[in-house]
Design a protein around this ligand. Sequence first.
Ligand code: PLP
Length: 426
Amino acid sequence: MNTTLPGAPAFHYQDGQLMVEQLRLSDLAREHGTPLFVYSKASMLAALAAYQAGFAGRKSQICYAMKANSSLAVLQVFARAGCGFDIVSIGELARVQAAGGDVAKVIFSGVGKTRAEMRSALHAGIGCFNVESEAEIDVLNEVALQEGLRAPISIRVNPNVDPKTHPYISTGLKGNKFGIAHERTLATYQRAAQLPGLKVVGIDCHIGSQITEEAPYLDALDRMLDLVEAIAASGIALEHIDFGGGLGIQYQAEEPPRADALWAKLLQKIDARGLQNHTLMIEPGRSLVGNAGVCLTEVLFMKPGEQKNFCIVDAAMNDLPRPAMYQAFHGIVPLVQTTDSAPRLLCDVVGPVCESGDWIGKDRNLAARAGDVLAVMSAGAYCMSMSSNYNSRPRPAEVLVDGASATLIRPREQISDLFRGETLAA
Ligand SMILES: *Cc1c(COP(=O)(O)O)cnc(C)c1O
């Protein structure tokens, strides 16, 4: 078998064994059990380095969009590498603080921030609120004045471009709930600049996720830079331009642009307009962690059928929600390489949850037997952070690998964790 694995070179076969950096995944599965998430630190830092190379010599700030994977040790890797964080709730701010992140480098996105969240984030001293509606501007101004503070803000523009991705993860179209319409942006800046509780510092946009073409980015940047010029002409000085996240990764055959190559093109546009004095910010999530993780899962039963064959594994939609939510594809490969002559079965890989939507992969050609362990590839983003306890299933453990050393960064949940804090009625 000669497959190129997403996440290579950190994930590769050596002597028939699937490795993560210098360790055998089968050893980690034996030690920690399954289902198990395993992340490669080198792979995360390599993904970050592509952005850093793109920004070399520029005033810039990379804010990791932590909803992609918010485990503390993952945040710590990015905090130590100098990243800020893009948060969408006050719970995420608490995680940044617990992981040793710099609160001054935190930006707060999201269409529905509560007053309590605004208050906490103001007192913590975050870098910027990315506001998403005209109503939010008034409420944030009010809250800041009550607290005797001034809220640094950026307005999220909805540029109305089609990112050509799954409708659930497209965010920069007119019909999406995100941002302020392009046509309303200038008037909104003029109003915000008058409000004493606010300090206008930037502009931002984020057009979607798992974007694999460069055209939507180039179009969105043009529209955004038109606005930056119009805002400057109206006498409002912006310090930063935040271009969001959304760059896709390879799950199957996608060929997303490389971060450094994409940024070379985007920077040309910024320079052509003489706007290079602004600090550039970005909010990548998936592209920093997606290919850096796998989920290991054991085959429980093979179940051949008349119409379909099933490979039933111990991971399910509560651990890996992307296939059920977005019909997403994840590569599924054995931890121990099989020979080309091993008998194969065309099957759907499914979990134990009582839903027909509980599948991990469809129509896969696998030489799997009960007891084998499989790796679900590209599981570093939007898997553990979206996992749940549905069907009262404890969530998996997580391991972070750095070279030849592995750290258990989250133990497997225990059954008693499932109903901690619940009480019976009188
Ligand atoms: C989710 C999100 C991101 C990150 O998106 P990725 O596709 O994971 O890079 C960035 N900014 C905002 C506002 C988001 O909601």
